[in-house]
Design a protein around this ligand. Structure first.
Ligand code: SF4
Ligand code: SF4
Length: 142
């Protein structure tokens, strides 16, 4: 049996933490995919064209931009009190929808988990919140 590489340990740690111990809270997940009271925006999605293509391949139908993303004109009007939504450099953003828990979350967050995990945008795949950065550093050092 071969030992796991540092990278494999890192990926497992990230997956476990985000899905089972998000921000150090047992069984919590996906807080960075929700707005709540935070001044927070899910963008910019720089690879939006590639994300749409992957979604279309998965769903087998055309996927309109507005089904997945929010542009500056819509976003700035949607959240006039959140400064992150007033900055055009943060767009396009992932579409958020009202929910019972955090009031708004990514349209693809289902049951606290990303429903498009395998094809999600690069920014989502690479994002590590401060808590997760500390966890990773404490175990694999980077
Ligand atoms: S990156 Fe942080 S906030 Fe986002 S799901 Fe992982 S632990 Fe939670
Ligand atoms: S696409 Fe997935 S990882 Fe990205 S914000 Fe939405 S639910 Fe979160």
């Amino acid at each position: 049996m071969s030992a796991l590489s540092d990278n494999e340990i890192r990926e497992r740690l990230i997956s476990y933490t985000c899905q089972r111990n998000c921000c150090g809270v047992a069984e919590q997940s996906g807080i960075c995919c929700t707005l709540g009271d935070k001044d927070w925006i899910l963008g910019p999605i720089e690879d939006h064209a590639e994300v749409l293509k992957r979604l279309e391949d998965r769903l087998g139908r055309p996927v309109p931009f507005v089904e997945v993303f929010i542009d500056y004109e819509e976003g700035r009007a949607l959240f006039p009190d959140k400064s992150s939504w007033q900055n055009p450099a943060h767009y396009p953003a992932m579409r958020v929808v009202p929910d019972a828990i955090s009031r708004y979350s990514c349209a693809f967050l289902k049951g606290g988990k990303c429903s498009i995990h395998e094809i999600k945008p690069t920014i989502c795949a690479s994002f590590l919140c401060e808590y997760l950065q500390k966890v990773v550093r404490s175990v694999v050092g980077s």
